[in-house]
Design a protein around this ligand. Sequence first.
Ligand code: MN
Length: 340
Amino acid sequence: MPAVTADTLTLPRVRSVPEQGTRWREATKVITARKSLEGEGFEVRRPFPGMDLSLADPFLLLDHLGAVEYAPGEAKGAPWHPHRGFETVTYILDGAFEHTDSTGGGGLITDGATQWMTAGSGVMHSELPPEHFVATGGLFHGVQLWVNLPRASKWAPPRYQDIGSGDVTLLASDDGGALLRVIAGEVDGHRGPGVTWTPISYSHATVAPGARLALPWPAEFNALVYVLSGRGTVGTHARPLEEGQLVVLGAGEALTLRAADSQPQASRQGWEVLIMGGLPLREPVARYGPFVMNTKSEILEAVDDFNSGRLIRTSPEHVVDDLPHRTDADVGLGLGEQGA
Ligand code: MN
């Protein structure tokens, strides 16, 4: 996969975590992602929501797109639709997505790049494969993570962060057997480029076959590991975890993963995992399609604002007239269960 790669021998290393006397985080729950259709009808694997969402707090949703080999004309995306009250974080490992939004933000996300969109008070956007990619087809692999905003920030002006593949912070594990790409937050004091509203940590790791990755992890954060491809084990009790599975780790101060010696062909460079966690918000969550607020009345307000074209009213700098006015029937407000 062309997500950024590097020679781990040349990179800064995460400090070693002592084997003894460390409170290792162990697997408490393993979830196999459910499959569903999103946008114009592309398949995603979705480990959450579906489980007790407080386990993922401050994250709301994780969609795993691909890896899929599209035939010419087959690639699909999600045309104009609204969001309010949270952030969508799209990380593309293979292939490309073109993003356009009502803040004027946007661009091509491709091969290891991340697009971090804060919907805040309200945004309209489209997420589509570029024309040339639709025409040729090809390998597509990406993930979209939804990060909740605390009550105090739900009405923040929308913001767009374009994080290029060359911007991620690259680290090696203590013995050089794993490569970490820190997209946002920190790992062992090494900060990634993504600017977040509340403390979170989000990384993509490639753990070489047979290698171990141990990381210090803030005790006050939750910790989740999702497998993009390959197989391995988590925790000192070696709980097996394979492609499409998410593990919720329990309390502790460090986490440990080990890649299986033998990996499937598609994951021959190693076990590909997302490692994420954050400080739980512990606030009420009211969700409907593409809106995530604290109360049901705020959701009704968002739907009403969207239907009357006022969704992005709170951001006077936006050129609202340029936007096609769409009704929920046009954009499919109920894009699948949660929206794209
Ligand atoms: Mn969206």
